[in-house]
Design a protein around this ligand. Structure first.
Ligand SMILES: Nc1ncnc2c1ncn2[C@@H]1O[C@H](COP(=O)(O)OP(=O)(O)OP(=O)(O)O)[C@@H](O)[C@H]1O
Length: 826
């Protein structure tokens, strides 16, 4: 592929920046002179050249991948695994190169040649990229010029050299004379927006400077006013200074990112994941990054952001989904979920496990090798105490239990038989004792009795038994009220213990806790591993045999068989699993991640925090949330309360203050609700106004659904008129959702049912507030605000969430009076 020559010396600032902030291709068409001073025309050849380079890299990578896939290997496990690893690597590279197609290059920095050198940054291999150049182009990935000393043609947005693109201001220009925002569609540059940060220069040129504290205001506002698509997009071209600080904050320790609705917490969290993977690639690629969201709908909403940034090795999951092999999706009352999330459940579960370590009600008589054996309470109680004292998990401690029972029975047996032989002293020796032990251990009847008294259990077995056996539940919840106990109880066991429809997300969190108490029952896995090892060794022995038969082996040289045996060779050639860290982590409950990011972190229960902390012993975590939006009853009301059991006071707090989503008109209404939740909380400042005042529509109970449906249709038409595309949400208390959805002819979103959950692509979505958490829509029709407030003790928080979902317009449809907190709408 022939790539057009690129301007080695980009046009200097004086010539390029002749007008104020924005020049678009349309302006050019309207008569700007095509003399090379039009910034759009100036940038197009460079951008075209970059795409050419991208195409070259894609073609090279595709060719390498094709060659690897075509290559016949020698068929040894090692050759196969090497080929698989190479194929995986090239596939990932190709995916990254494809992901950056849209908006490959979005910025340019013109730097002061006399600027001080930037401070060194940590980790990244590309950190020196572009340090000595006066003009830098910033984009979604780094491209180097192989023909010119590997000069950077495009600097990855995450590289330290790109940082001033996000942080430089007129007051603190950081060596930047001009920041240029390049907008493009497909491969065509459509507009260029300049900010001249050198004030003297700006005055001389009559050009725009940064006026508002916002970086790239025009591009930012264009991005914010575009119609919503139902999927979150990346913000890489318009990250703001306060967001950049959080994104690039060090990886160590726990960072809590607080901020009101729409301040970009989710966006920042995802870009931080991409930044950390870039900067600490080696460590994080190995252990992986986990991003936790509140529900599957939210995960679908954000799932495209990281791939669009070229990052595919991140596991997105809810806490409930972290239990492998189970897609827990049963909806349950909020009170039940809250109870299951309470820290008291640790005691309940450990009691439930101890309850499975039983004593026989009466002595059990067996005949082993023709001799009578009695398993009585004393023997079992003694063995149980010894097993419990090991402090090992239940399934692991069983080995001690069995050994102790067998040992006591064997000693009794030896004593009895020995004494029978010689009335006084015991004539049987240690060897006899060992024989008796072996006989007892191999006896299937005794094994069955011991399995009964100390069963090997899986977490779903234990928990399903607990929920469905009233006496077990009573024993584990001594002191509880019957009403609370009834919230946990279930009628009958599921046919399949891993049926996701039987388990709720809060159950899945408890399964993880139970798994810790039981220990992994890894017998099957160990046996499979052992069989695999035997097969590998047999294969390796065959290879060595063939090599040993080689006839013209130089006698002066060592033969392979002189230096290696089958077992060593098997070790070396074992087929490695080259699934990405994220894929491996998804299948492994005990996997620990390099970094964990939790979004809507305020929603997690104390039990859920225990799961996450187990997954991240290094405590390298980013937690984003807003306690004013907490909806879950077991959710957080303060970060210190959540974190002090794990890291005491050793966590950092970052605050985001600007609301990019909600227009000022709507935020004024939401601010009253926030003041009612917490009079000391600061309302985030809206970055823009929509010009549309929020309004209230009164309806009686009979006409409510029709009124709401017609408001939704009106809102949809208005959004389509204004933006050509967009989405409307009808948010309502759960019990009103089905009727509203039916009136509008759309599927009702449900909180935990993954399948017919909110259709993110639908122009109109009907769901309850919990399901819309973290999402955004062009227009929101909120139905029955008083019902939302009354539905839970945190109803005001839910109301606050509902009011802050819209980017454009809000209508509140209310039966009866408006809640006093919404008086502004009257
Ligand atoms: N720097 C930015 N440039 C462009 N868009 C941005 C920027 N920051 C945030 N946004 C947009 O603002 C909207 C709100 O962002 P986001 O969902 O991350 O906020 P949030 O703080 O997580 O909100 P909530 O607490 O309500 O879930 C999104 O559409 C996001 O893309």
């Amino acid at each position: 592929m022939v790539v057009p020559a690129h301007p080695r010396r980009p046009v200097p600032l004086e010539k390029a920046c002749v007008t104020a902030s924005s020049t678009s291709a349309a302006d050019t068409a309207r008569g700007e002179p095509p003399d090379g001073t039009d910034p759009v025309a100036v940038e197009q050849p460079y951008v075209t050249m970059l795409y050419g380079k991208l195409d070259e890299r894609r073609a090279e990578t595709a060719a390498l991948l094709a060659r690897v896939l075509r290559d016949e290997t020698t068929g040894t496990p090692q050759a196969v695994s090497e080929r698989d690893a190479a194929a995986q690597m090239y596939s990932e590279q190709l995916a990254t190169l494809s992901a950056v197609e849209q908006g490959l290059c979005f910025g340019r920095l013109d730097l002061d040649p006399d600027r001080p050198p930037p401070p060194p940054a940590d980790g990244s291999g590309e950190q020196i990229e572009g340090l000595d150049q006066d003009v830098l182009y910033v984009g979604r990935l780094g491209l180097l010029d192989a023909e010119h000393d590997y000069e950077p043609l495009l600097v990855d947005w995450r590289a330290p050299a790109a940082r001033p693109y996000y942080t430089a201001t007129a007051a603190s220009p950081d060596g930047v004379r001009r920041r240029r925002h390049i907008r493009s569609r497909s491969r065509r540059v459509t507009a260029v927006d300049d900010e001249v940060l050198d004030l003297a220069e700006a005055a001389r040129l009559g050009a725009a400077t940064q006026r508002t504290g916002l970086t790239g205001e025009a591009v930012l506002l264009a991005a914010l006013s575009a119609g919503r698509t139902g999927r979150m997009g990346d913000i890489v071209a318009t990250i703001q200074g306060e967001q950049d600080r959080v994104i690039r904050s060090g990886a160590n320790g726990v960072v809590v990112v607080e901020g009101g609705p729409g301040t970009g917490k989710t966006a920042v969290a995802l870009h931080r994941a991409a930044y950390l993977l870039y900067t600490h690639r080696r460590q994080l690629a190995r252990r992986g990054v986990l991003v936790v969201g509140p529900n599957p709908t939210f995960l679908r909403y954000i799932e495209q952001v990281l791939p669009s940034l070229g990052e595919t090795s991140v596991l997105l999951s809810t806490v409930g989904e972290l239990y492998p092999g189970l897609a827990a999706r049963r909806a349950e009352p909020a009170e039940a979920a809250a109870l299951k999330g309470h820290p008291e459940m640790t005691r309940v579960l450990s009691t439930a496990v101890r309850d499975r370590q039983e004593l026989p009600r009466r002595p059990i008589e067996l005949v082993v090798d023709g001799e009578k054996v009695v398993v009585d309470r004393d023997v079992v109680a003694h063995a149980r105490t010894r097993a419990r004292r090991t402090r090992r998990p239940h399934n692991d401690a069983k080995r001690t239990f069995v050994r102790e029972v067998v040992d006591q029975l064997a000693r009794r047996e030896v004593e009895r038989v020995g004494r029978d032989l010689d009335g006084r002293s015991n004539l049987l020796d240690r060897g006899d004792l060992a024989d008796v032990r072996a006989g007892l251990r191999a006896d299937p009847d005794l094994r069955a009795v011991l399995d009964e008294l100390w069963p090997t259990l899986t977490p779903p077995q234990l928990l399903a038994d607990l929920w469905t056996t009233p006496q077990r539940l009573r024993a584990a919840t001594r002191g509880w009220s019957d009403a609370d106990r009834a919230l946990l109880g279930r009628e009958a066991l599921p046919a399949d213990l891993l049926d996701g429809g039987w388990w709720s997300p809060a159950d899945a969190v408890l399964l993880d806790e139970v798994a810790e108490l039981l220990g992994e029952d890894d017998t099957a896995a160990r046996e499979a591993e052992e069989r695999k090892r035997e097969a590998d060794e047999a294969y390796a022995a065959g290879v060595l045999e063939i090599l040993a038969m080689e006839e013209d082996w130089d006698p002066e040289l060592l033969r392979p068989t002189d230096v290696v045996d089958a077992s060593v060779l098997a070790d070396r050639t074992r087929e490695a699993t080259y699934a990405s860290a994220a894929e491996r982590a998804a299948d492994d409950r005990t996997w620990t991640f390099g970094h964990v990011i939790v979004d809507e972190a305020q929603e997690l229960s104390p039990m859920a925090w225990r799961v996450l902390m187990r997954r991240c012993p290094s405590r390298s975590m980013t937690l984003v949330g807003d306690v004013a939006q907490t909806g879950a009853r077991a959710g957080a009301s303060s970060w210190s309360e959540v974190l002090s059991p794990y890291v005491a006071a050793r966590w950092r707090r970052e605050v985001l203050t600007v609301n990019y989503r909600t227009p000022a008109e709507i935020m004024a209404v939401a601010a009253d609700v926030l003041a009612a939740i917490d009079p000391t909380a600061a309302t985030p400042t809206s970055v823009r106004e929509s010009g549309i005042e929020p309004r209230a529509v009164a309806a009686d109970e009979d006409s409510l659904v029709d009124a709401a449906a017609s408001c939704a249709r009106e809102a949809r038409d208005a959004v389509l008129d204004a933006e050509g595309a967009g989405r409307v949400a009808v948010l309502a208390p759960g019990e009103r959702v089905p009727a509203l959805a039916a009136a509008l002819g759309v599927a009702a979103g449900q909180v935990t049912d993954a399948d017919p959950a909110v259709d993110l692509e639908s122009a109109v979505v009907v769901c309850e507030v919990g399901e819309a958490k973290g999402l955004e829509f062009d227009a929101v029709v909120l139905v029955d605000p008083a019902g939302v407030v009354d539905a839970s003790p945190r109803g005001l928080n839910d109301l606050y969430v509902a009011l802050t979902r819209a980017t454009r317009s809000l209508v509140v449809v209310h039966p009866g009076d408006l809640p006093p907190v919404l008086r502004r709408l009257d």
